[in-house]
Design a protein. Structure first.
Length: 95
């Protein structure tokens, strides 16, 4: 299964490299007013991808961090409750 995963990512990398090499041309961006910027097309696409990907990835990592903190706190509370509660067979037998 690891081989197929690696093969998939190698195939994606080759396709991205081919796309970048065949489309290495300048694109003019009209910013505000009369300001224009020339940028290579693959760089523009990478920037647009990261602009959409990074905020969502950060949100996901934040939620995972919060959930892990909650689970750790719950585990600590459970362990503390189990260790502080007296065991059932420790006392004198009741007749």
């Amino acid at each position: 299964m690891q081989f197929l995963k690696t093969l998939f990512w190698v195939l994606i990398a080759v396709l991205v490299a081919l796309f970048a090499s065949r489309n290495w041309s300048d694109v003019t961006l009209n910013l505000w007013g009369d300001i224009q910027a020339d940028i290579k097309l693959p760089v523009l696409l990478l920037f647009a991808f990261l602009l959409g990907f990074v905020p969502i990835w950060l949100l996901m990592r934040t939620r995972l961090w919060t959930l892990n903190r909650r689970l750790d706190a719950m585990d600590r509370n459970r362990v503390a409750a189990l260790t502080s509660a007296p065991a059932e067979g420790d006392g004198e037998p009741v007749i």
